[in-house]
Design a protein around this ligand. Structure first.
Ligand SMILES: Cc1cc2nc3c(=O)[nH]c(=O)nc-3n(C[C@H](O)[C@H](O)[C@H](O)COP(=O)(O)OP(=O)(O)OC[C@H]3O[C@@H](n4cnc5c(N)ncnc54)[C@H](O)[C@@H]3O)c2cc1C
Length: 386
């Protein structure tokens, strides 16, 4: 079977790409699970710009700030006094995006696991297992939106993530939580290589963490986190685990194969959020694929790298440099760094200019207000101020 565009993966990235192209092109979207969105591997915290109007039915809560807890127990409260983030039901969110793409004309193939991808003579051929049969598909362009384990990325010979974070989270009922704020917990004993979170999500609280290069599994750290007084007495009603690939490769394209979302390691290095960059990357990849299909000029596909780098790639690279400093900090230094933000001028700067999707844009302003932060890594500071 031939389609102009084959898309592997019906997460937010794949469904967005399919929705963008389905109007004018033959698109087949292939998903290994029967129901897109399940199993859930996400805390569901996104920025308003990542929420399409047609997915608003998945909205559970609005967040206006964060309380960051240092290793020694100091708490920094960031209060935007306005909605900064949304909590969504990720399964419902993915379902809305998937159905929208199908309504727009994309051909869905669920319960089909792609097991081989090969570029042949200006086309891409894939093999998928569908109900115990192997089926072959051919596409003029393939957009790999198949997550952190991407088979499309391997076929394209593109390097994987520099850091792979391992996450684990539970939904608790029966605990008190301020509905307007998320809590973030940092520290090498709490969540080495990343951070832990609690997110108010309607009738429940989502408590989880990611770790990197840790001595123990994330579940071991989560058990410790759940023994904190604020979670005591909570009843666990669900749990989920997953990986977050951070640290981008130089390219997200090889021949007629384009990568977007986690497949391209486009998750944000500081927050682990990948929904916004996945959706944005999918829009840009579709734009290039669409123009290529109309003109058959390969240069149109090659524009994709420049476009995602200009849009959010530089932010990901800066954030990854900050992440490398963060993971090198001792608990004592983390504590000192966090306390430096506890200043009225700094807090109003974060409130006015802070952007969860582009956090490193704040760095030059932060460093002007707190030059002592430069002591944590002079090289980093130099690269941020360039
Ligand atoms: C614990 C945890 C918490 C997170 N919290 C947040 C958060 O709060 N906010 C946020 O923005 N991000 C969060 N993320 C990251 C976010 O979940 C991902 O970045 C996002 O899902 C990426 O979307 P995607 O469509 O690129 O990939 P995915 O959502 O992973 O979708 C890929 C799809 O491809 C399918 N697939 C894979 N291989 C094949 C194959 N061979 N054949 C067919 N189908 C295939 C998969 O089944 C899947 O449906 C979190 C991640 C974890 C692990």
């Amino acid at each position: 079977m031939h389609s102009e565009v084959l898309i592997i993966g019906a997460g937010p990235t794949g469904s967005t790409a399919a929705g963008c192209l389905a109007d004018h092109h033959e698109v087949t979207i292939i998903e290994e699970h029967e129901t897109p969105g399940l199993p859930i591997q996400c805390a569901g915290l996104i920025t308003p710009r990542a929420m399409p109007e047609f997915a608003r039915g998945s909205l559970i809560n609005k967040i206006r700030g964060a309380k960051i807890h240092s290793p020694s127990g100091f708490t920094l409260t960031l209060d935007a006094r306005d909605t900064k983030a949304l909590v969504v039901d990720r399964a419902r969110f993915d379902e809305c995006l998937f159905h929208n793409s199908v309504d727009l004309g994309a051909k869905p193939l669920t319960g089909a696991k792609v097991r081989a991808v090969k570029a042949v003579d200006g086309h891409v051929r894939i093999e998928a297992r569908v109900e115990n049969n192997i089926q072959e598909f051919e596409g003029t362009v393939l957009i790999g939106c198949d997550g952190y384990r991407s088979i499309a990325r391997s076929a394209a010979g593109i390097r994987g993530p520099k850091h792979m974070l391992s996450g684990f989270q539970v939904d608790l009922i029966g605990v008190e939580h301020d509905p307007d704020f998320v809590n973030l917990y940092i520290g090498n004993k709490v969540a080495p290589g990343f951070f832990a979170w609690s997110i108010p999500a309607g009738d429940r609280v989502r408590v989880g963490l990611c770790v990197w290069k840790s001595d123990d599994l994330p579940s071991v750290y989560l058990k410790k986190l759940l023994s904190r007084p604020e979670f005591r007495g909570g009843k666990k009603i669900s749990s989920s685990a997953g990986k977050i690939p951070v640290g981008i490769a130089k390219t997200a394209i090889c021949g007629n194969i384009l990568l977007a979302g986690d497949a391209a390691c486009h998750a944000k290095p500081l927050s682990g959020g990948g929904v916004f960059t996945g959706i944005r990357g999918a829009q840009l990849a579709s734009e290039c694929a669409g123009r290529y299909l109309t003109t058959m000029q390969e240069v149109e596909l090659r524009k994709y790298d420049r476009m995602w780098k200009d849009d959010f790639g530089r932010e990901l690279a800066s954030a990854f440099r900050i992440r490398k400093v963060f993971v090198s900090l001792s608990d004592k230094k983390m504590d000192r760094a966090l306390r430096m933000f506890d200043d009225p001028e700094m807090l109003s700067l974060i409130r006015d200019r802070g952007d969860i999707d582009y956090p490193s844009s704040l760095s030059p302003y932060v460093l002007k207000l707190a030059p002592k932060l430069a002591r944590f890594s002079p090289q980093l500071i130099e690269s941020l101020l360039k």
